[in-house]
Design a binder for this molecule. Structure first.
Ligand SMILES: Nc1nc2c(ncn2[C@@H]2O[C@H](COP(=O)(O)OP(=O)(O)OP(=O)(O)O)[C@@H](O)[C@H]2O)c(=O)[nH]1
Ligand SMILES: [Mg+2]
Length: 459
């Protein structure tokens, strides 16, 4: 089969091999980015029982990921896999066929939408005579390109190193050249063992740095305890940052890019007079997120983890919105957040041209809020829903007061709704309904304790 060959361009290196490890004794490592574009051949996989059109959508997403990583896509192939070849992942015949395309297109790399075992990837590289980047390697590469702050850079580097460890092979001898490690190697130690040791040392250092960062965040969050915390969550590129900007004027970077946002931003959320709430924007999710990435992004994801309510943003104009929703729900469940209240927000309704989707939403998701962050449509309904969630989070408490404690008395009347009072001697018992946040602020409930509201019991 002859395929259209696209024009060759200058190349840049995609994948884990651009992570440069320097002398671990000095504890420095950096991403050596070469701003060149590479020619990528994409392989999508359709496993037995998998829907072919879903596999096509996944391949489209892989193309977006590869482009985001700076690749020029020379061609793509959807492989219907009957079984996984233990040596090559793909069957022998299919591998040979792809090898011929790779040669024909002069591709610099092959991107596969799966994570074969490290040995399978090495065998594939040998057969295809080019570098093979798997899905996790590609996503990590994008994260590395996007990371701006020290926190994001540290988290990405940690995830990359954990990804690299089982993948070290003879190809990694370049680490030695970069390290110049006289005295670094023990007698009889092989190069790979030395590289592993360097990486482990670096991993420990990064983990310590991240613990420090997490501690700082905890202190900052403690200062904001008296506010109600909404956190945006959702698949990448659904419009979380755009929504953040229209709701809070935060000025967060929004772009038609996968993983435009890697850091968290928190701003006051003006949704009504006297209402104290904040909204956080953070990193987006994607299907088959590299496992190390979620773990490494702990400090960033803490914003979602500590939210009083998660605002799950969905791109209703995407053909895969249902699958995207499931992916997000699965990740939230894995993060132990399945019981946190969620507002489902279907964004980009201005771009929706399939009326059947709207019908589906009305029928199956009557609680969801339809909005367009771009046109502003539906935003007032969203603010209203947020106010309702805050209201639903209120507690009814019995507070016993000394008649002399005028300050608390005043606060309770100001912040809450006093339902009943009973006076016995010089003690007054108030039955008062107020937000959990205010109750915590007044020291009436311990925020650290499990919250009855989260378990479904309201009052
Ligand atoms: N048509 C339309 N486009 C939108 C809307 N909201 C956001 N977008 C576009 O969608 C793209 C992604 O928006 P972002 O706000 O960066 O998305 P995000 O969810 O923050 O993405 P990541 O940070 O990459 O995970 C941008 O090109 C936005 O202009 C909307 O309501 N309608
Ligand atoms: Mg964003």
């Amino acid at each position: 089969m002859s395929r259209n060959q696209k024009k060759s361009g200058p190349t840049r290196s995609i994948g884990y091999d651009r992570l440069k490890i320097e002398d671990a004794s000095q504890g420095t490592a950096e991403n050596a980015l070469v701003p060149k574009r590479e020619r990528a051949f994409l392989i999508g996989i359709c496993k037995p029982g998998e829907d072919l059109s879903a596999a096509q959508d996944h391949l489209d997403e892989l193309a977006m990921l590869a482009e985001t990583a700076g690749a020029d896509i020379v061609d793509r192939e959807l492989v219907k896999l009957r079984q996984i070849d233990p040596a090559l992942y793909l069957g022998k015949g299919k591998t040979a066929e792809i090898a011929s395309y790779v040669a024909e297109f002069n591709a610099d790399l092959v991107v596969i939408d799966e994570d074969p075992a490290p040995a399978q990837t090495r065998n594939l590289e040998r057969e295809l005579k080019t570098r093979v980047v798997d899905r996790s390697g590609l996503i990590l590469d994008i994260f590395a390109r996007r990371a701006q702050t020290r926190e994001a850079k540290t988290q990405v580097e940690l995830a990359q190193l954990k990804y690299m460890l089982p993948r070290l092979s003879g190809a990694w001898t370049h680490l030695e050249r970069q390290r110049g490690g006289i005295g670094m190697r023990g007698p009889g130690e092989t190069q790979i063992e030395t590289d592993r040791r360097l990486i482990r040392t670096r991993i420990r250092k990064l983990e310590e740095e991240l613990s420090d960062i997490e501690r700082q965040h905890r202190t900052q969050r403690a200062k904001r305890q008296e506010v109600f915390r909404f956190s945006l969550a959702g698949y990448t590129n659904v419009g979380k940052s755009t929504l953040m900007n229209v709701l809070t004027s935060a000025g967060v970077y929004e772009e038609n890019l996968l993983f435009a946002t890697l850091d968290s931003t928190t701003r006051m959320l003006p949704i009504g007079q006297g209402i104290r709430a904040v909204l956080s924007d953070t990193v987006g999710f994607i299907r088959k997120l590299p496992p190390g990435l979620v773990a490494s992004f702990r400090s960033t994801l803490d914003e979602i983890r500590e939210a009083d309510c998660i605002v799950h943003v969905v791109d209703i104009a995407s053909v895969t919105y249902l699958e995207q929703m499931e992916t997000v729900q699965k990740i939230l469940t894995e993060m132990g957040l399945s019981e946190v209240p969620v507002i489902e927000v279907f964004n980009k309704m201005d771009a929706l041209d399939d009326p059947s989707v709207l019908r589906w939403v009305k029928e199956h998701k009557p609680e969801a809020v339809l909005v367009s962050a771009k046109s502003g449509e539906g935003l007032e309904s969203l603010r209203e829903r947020m106010r309702m969630i805050m209201e639903a989070g209120k507690l009814t408490l019995e507070v016993e007061l000394d008649a002399a404690n005028g300050k608390l008395w005043q606060e309770l009347y100001k912040l809450g709704e006093v339902l009943a009072t009973e006076t016995i001697g010089d003690k007054v018992t108030l039955q008062v309904r107020l937000s959990r946040v205010d109750a915590g602020r007044l020291g009436l409930v311990d925020r650290a304790k499990p919250d009855p509201w989260r378990r479904g019991g309201n009052d």
